[in-house]
Design a protein around this ligand. Structure first.
Ligand code: FAD
Length: 435
């Protein structure tokens, strides 16, 4: 698979209108154009399927994220053929990520992070959508899906109702898009209602089997100007405090990306997210010499929030096996280990492989809904059960200040031992530590 040069911030223009999309019978409709949806759409289109990729927003777009690529993410991107065209190991405009400084209680330890990268989500996600279009997929931005109708039992299609804003009048128009299968890659904000013949399944946890962990954290993110701190390229600082943690890294264009996971209680007590992040950084960094933005700079930043982070949802929804979830929409833990983009890309690959072989005969149908669902459940379990469990253990350990302080001290005293323990914390290698 080859992809066009992604090094541009120009809008990724629609390849079809909503009315045109409604007149077409799609094999796969992918809802959500983050890494999971774009990877699934790219692979399915490259394998010859008729695919429509839609998103409620446009591309490029900003997203709350630490913007660090794990080794597994770099590997998935390389498999997708997403590169800059030169012999760079990293995709798009990504910079190498060299080390992480973990700060807690005024102490810090530096650990190497070989093989990873840093890239803004504007560049990464837009680049992936461009690559999906180049592979033959259609793209419709600014299209918000509120509901999916599975139809009667035995129906041969599913349909999504989407609303788009008409540029001329700014009025909303509604369109019904029919497809053989739907891939829900809507991220943490997975609020699409699924209607089956005799009842409606509304998104919330209790009705859709969704699990929200106790002490679930909220994601916060902002971008700071380049001169907000002296932080060098390639160095990630993770500040760990009692109310959460915050990562700061320099992006390819020099700006600083700030991403945090904070307790809901801290946001409840102090309504200003910027102050919560600034307090975590101040508590963790203390008087150490780490090159961090000042409290005043952080409190002046405009932070955006995510829904609660830790979740899991059914991989196959509805009654017919035609609706599959991938990426954060299927499950997410917490961002400390920096694996979400890699997980999203891998689950996009798995859902595409479940729906269709890599090199099918021209015009071949998708696998039957039952066979695809069974294959996807199994491959997803094999890829993610152990790594999600590892990430949950790390997330729990981070809530215990004594454990974090002991880990930072140990890494200062015996850095070689800490390096050897890194895979047990953040995973390692292309599979992210999967056994
Ligand atoms: C604070 C924080 C820091 C993080 N740091 C890192 C990191 O450093 N490295 C890393 O690998 N991961 C990190 N992650 C995780 C990573 O951001 C996610 O795991 C990843 O973006 C998931 O990709 P996705 O494609 O599943 O969802 P998303 O990237 O969230 O994409 C979902 C898309 O669906 C669209 N959408 C949603 N609802 C609808 C709808 N109804 N209709 C149409 N479109 C819709 C949205 O507009 C969006 O574009 C971090 C997360 C947080 C919260």
């Amino acid at each position: 698979m080859t992809s066009p040069d992604p090094r541009t911030n120009a809008p990724v223009v629609a390849t079809i209108t909503a009315a045109g999309a409604a007149r077409t019978r799609w094999q796969v409709l992918v809802i959500g154009a983050g890494p999971a949806g774009a990877a699934a759409a790219l692979r399915l289109a490259a394998a010859g399927a008729r695919v429509l990729l839609i998103d409620r927003g446009g591309m490029p777009r900003w997203k709350v994220c630490g913007c660090c690529l794990s080794v597994a993410a770099v590997d998935e991107l390389r498999l997708l053929g997403c590169g800059t065209g030169d012999d760079s190991r990293l995709p798009f405009d990504a910079l190498p990520l060299d080390s992480v400084s973990v700060a807690h209680g005024g102490r810090s330890a530096v650990l190497p992070l070989p093989g990873g990268g840093v890239v803004s989500r504007d560049i990464l996600d837009a680049g992936l959508v461009r690559a999906a279009i180049a592979a033959g997929c259609h793209w419709l931005p600014q299209a918000h899906v509120a509901s999916i109708d599975e139809g009667e039992a035995g129906a041969q299609e599913v349909a999504a109702t989407l609303s788009v804003r008409t540029p001329a009048s700014a009025a909303m128009t509604s369109h019904r898009i029919a497809a053989d299968r739907i891939v829900l890659a809507t991220g943490l904000a997975d609020h699409v209602r699924i209607a089956v013949s005799d009842r409606t399944i509304v998104a919330p946890a209790s009705e859709d089997g969704r699990h929200v962990a106790a002490e679930n954290r909220i994601g916060l993110g902002a971008t700071l100007p380049a001169d907000a701190a002296e932080l060098p390229f390639g160095q990630l600082v993770m500040a760990v405090g009692r109310e959460g943690y915050c990562g700061i890294v320099r992006l390819e264009d020099g700006r600083l990306d700030v991403a945090a996971a904070v307790s809901r209680e801290s946001l409840g007590r102090n309504a200003d997210p910027a102050r919560v992040v600034a307090a975590i950084v101040a508590e963790a960094v203390g008087r150490s010499s780490l090159p961090m933005p000042t409290t005043a700079t952080l409190t002046a930043a405009a932070f955006r929030a995510t829904p609660p982070l830790t979740r899991s949802a059914p991989l196959v929804s509805g009654a017919t096996g035609r609706i599959l979830r991938c990426g954060d929409a299927a499950g997410y833990v917490e961002p400390f280990t920096g694996e979400g983009i890699g997980w999203a890309l891998a689950s996009g690959r798995l859902v595409a492989e479940a729906l269709r072989d890599d090199e099918p005969a021209a015009g071949a149908p998708l696998r039957s809904p039952a066979a695809a669902a069974a294959r996807y459940r199994e491959s997803h379990r094999r890829r993610f059960a152990a790594v999600h469990a590892r990430c949950r253990r790390v997330a729990l350990a981070l809530r215990r200040p004594g454990v974090v302080m002991a880990a930072v001290q140990a890494a200062r005293v015996a850095p070689w031992a800490a390096r050897r323990l890194m895979p047990a914390v953040i995973g390692a290698g292309p599979t992210g530590g999967r056994r």
